[in-house]
Design a protein around this ligand. Structure first.
Ligand SMILES: NC(=O)c1ccc[n+]([C@@H]2O[C@H](COP(=O)([O-])OP(=O)(O)OC[C@H]3O[C@@H](n4cnc5c(N)ncnc54)[C@H](OP(=O)(O)O)[C@@H]3O)[C@@H](O)[C@H]2O)c1
Length: 395
């Protein structure tokens, strides 16, 4: 049953419509037991567009698993969704969130492989930030026994994206070198850990300087995010690097391509530089894509360079590659069970603290992943003033 927190906003949400799919409209009346807490994005914009509200609890359809959510992953992409800074944004209001972990509570028909009570990790095409979610079984994975719910919520997006880029797109092998931006973030730390599973891989990383001490063991050469990293890399490796992972976009595309060794691969997988404040900036959006579109294929041919793009959510939800992703998840779980990788959790936040959690990313404060812990009570405001939230590692 849905828990009723005292901080809960007493509102009723109607319909969420996205990608042409409609949720059945539910009006939640007082005393209705089939309700749950969920984070709602009421419209695109700043942090004030987010709130926690009561919402009708979904029931599993054919092929779907109903999950009692314990923890949800908060990704940089969620900031971009909030701003409407993505291609074909869905209609609002919506429940954000693309990944969660929890316990299977019910199943629709044809859900072989899962049982009520299973501990699972899942991708969801929106709607993850709620007490209960339903998602097709193709996106649900039984968690390793030793993995905690916050770890699982920190795992799927970051490690699957990092693994597929390194091993399936760029073919990382022994002795290669990799440049990764935002090396202290969720994906950045997953990239660094996966590189350490291959002998003699050199990792160059950029990150805000205050993170360097905490992440120095995972990255071979660290540069401040404002440094001229092209010059810094060339000082150490005049030939450049084999793989550039670019989540910043903008002028970094040209710089990244320029840094590639022959047969090297540049992968564009994000556009963090488009986020310049709390709300969307059309100027930075235009600037970012202008730079990317200036890539010349003939130059790539002459210089023996590969340019690639990667979007895990499109692969999963638009291009039907869930089987391939499932195989990757199995490989990653094996690495986790061998204690070769472990998600870095920055901090845990109650659903009601989603604005403060997002602000921490805007402020570049996170090292690793932020988690929304569905069972956590909000930290009293006095404690926020003293910055004593439930931080896992670094405060
Ligand atoms: N394509 C895919 O499938 C895929 C999947 C997952 C993530 N991504 C992308 O990968 C990137 C990292 O994602 P993540 O979820 O792991 O986030 P994250 O790296 O934990 O994001 C937060 C960090 O990004 C850095 N940053 C760069 N530009 C920023 C800006 N404009 N505002 C605030 N922080 C900025 C900051 O670190 P420093 O100050 O230390 O640089 C900040 O601490 C994002 O661009 C995301 O969209 C793509």
């Amino acid at each position: 049953m849905a828990k009723e927190g005292t901080e809960m906003t007493e509102e009723t949400e109607h319909m969420i419509e996205k990608n042409g799919a409609k949720e059945t409209e539910h009006l939640v009346s007082a005393g209705d037991t089939k309700e749950m807490r969920a984070v709602i994005l009421s419209g695109f914009g700043g942090l004030n567009k987010l709130r926690v509200t009561k919402k009708a609890m979904p029931e599993p359809q054919e092929g779907e698993v109903k999950i009692r959510v314990k923890a949800c992953g908060l990704n940089f992409l969620d900031l971009m969704v909030r701003q409407g800074n993505i291609d074909n944004p869905p209609k609002t209001p919506l429940v954000p969130g693309f990944e969660c972990s929890g316990i299977v509570e019910a199943m629709g028909g044809n859900t072989k492989g899962f049982e009520i009570g299973d501990r699972v990790m899942a991708f969801v095409n929106y709607n993850a930030w709620a007490e209960v979610v339903c998602t097709p079984l193709d996106y649900v994975y039984n968690m390793p026994d030793d993995m905690t719910f916050p770890e699982a919520a920190a795992f799927s997006m970051n490690f699957v994206a990092a693994y597929m880029m390194l091993f399936e797109v760029a073919n990382l092998r022994e002795g290669m070198s990799v440049l990764v931006h935002s090396a202290g973030g969720g994906v950045g730390q997953a990239v660094a850990q996966l590189c350490s599973t291959i002998p003699s891989v050199t990792v160059f990383g950029t990150a805000s300087s205050f993170k360097h001490e905490a992440i120095k063991d995972s990255v071979t050469h660290l540069f401040d995010r404002n440094a001229d990293y092209v010059q810094e890399v060339k000082k150490i490796s005049p030939e450049g690097v084999d793989i550039v992972l670019d989540c910043l976009s903008g002028e970094n595309t040209g710089k990244g391509l320029g840094l590639l060794r022959p047969l090297g691969t540049y992968i564009l997988y994000g556009s963090s530089n488009m986020v310049t404040g709390e709300t969307k900036s059309f100027f930075s959006l235009a600037k970012s894509w202008w730079q990317v579109e200036k890539v010349n294929p003939i130059k790539l041919y002459e210089e023996n360079k590969v340019i690639a793009g990667f979007s895990l959510l499109n692969l999963l939800f638009k291009q039907g590659r869930c089987g391939q992703v499932k195989t990757v998840v199995e490989k990653l779980f094996s690495l986790y069970n061998q204690k070769k990788i472990k998600p870095v959790v920055d901090s845990l936040w109650a659903l009601e603290e989603v604005k403060e959690a997002m602000q921490r990313i805007h402020d570049r404060g996170n090292i690793g992943k932020l988690i929304l812990d569905v069972e956590k009570s909000p930290t009293p405001l006095d404690d926020f003033a003293g910055h004593s939230r439930d931080s896992c590692l670094h405060e």
